[in-house]
Design a protein around this ligand. Sequence first.
Ligand code: GAL
Length: 368
Amino acid sequence: MTATGAEPAKTFEPGAIWPDDHGVHINAHGGGILLHKGAYYWCGEHKIEGGAGNVAQVGVHVYSSRDLYQWHDEGIALKVADDPASEITRECVMERPKVLYNEPTGKFVMWFHLELKGRGYGWARSGMAVADTVTGPYRYLGSVRPNAGVWPDNVPEEFRKPLTPAEKETLSKTSLPGGPVPHFPQELIFRRDFEGGQMARDMTLFQDDDGKAYHIYSSEENGTLHISQLSADFLKPAGKYVRVFPGRFNEAPALFKHGGTYYLITSGCTGWAPNAARLAVAESILGPWRELGNPCEGPEAQRRITFDSQSTFVLPAPGRKNAYIFMADRWRPGNAIDGRYVWLPVQFKDGKPFLAWMDRWDLGLFKE
Ligand code: GAL
């Protein structure tokens, strides 16, 4: 029995209310999970009731668990600031926080998508915060538009130059609303942003077996994903990055590695409304990446909207080989706090990952 008298959870119920150890629905949206010293730490966006919950009123919430079913409320890891002059003042946009442990410095490093209060999604930066303990408190360090002054690795020499006045003119006449456009100006936006740094909206972090960490973010007005290596202390870009799928408008990136192969699950760009997930594969994290289509199986009505959810993270399952949990959000923009979590097992058919709906499941499913 828990403190609330309820039976402790031993299963995952995608889309249901997920009570924490106080019986309160878990409040960690767009989050990620870090395994540290045998415990799991889930950091995500704390939402409040109503439409007001779509911007950051509180900060990043953290929970801990040993079994992934029962979650202990560890409170707010990173608080919004009271100071109206702060970049992270209350009512800024603080989305998709992810935390890594940096072995060399012994620090926990958090990255998240940051937009200034009242300015929509135009700022397109990543914020960084650091803590000595995994649950925080995290100290805000600042924000970045990654890779200022650095050309992407996978761009030919001929495009490594500033925009000409004619190209600037073309771009100023192109409408870029943050979603698919008929003729995405593929070779213009990263060049426009070369000096000031690349746009970074939806994002995730991924640490590879060799210890190197990567920041994966929707860039170029959401048109192109960038995969960017982080510095050894994980606090800034290392100055090495690639462009992935220019003009495909991927967001909500979630990356995992299985048997030496890298997989990337993303969504299209339709705001809070769900759309069809996309799967991609690569033998090296810096590419080349190849699209494999929609990983969801089942009725078309569900495949089309990823079971009414949008990807946020893929977690290797505890103590099991080749077992991964797809974590997604079922957003409720009308009452943000009521957003639900859709966790599904990543299953494999002929070596290819797929996702199928389950009303209820547990980690026993991964036993071969
Ligand atoms: C989604 C994005 C969310 C949030 C939302 C705002 O596409 O994945 O993280 O930014 O748009 O409309």
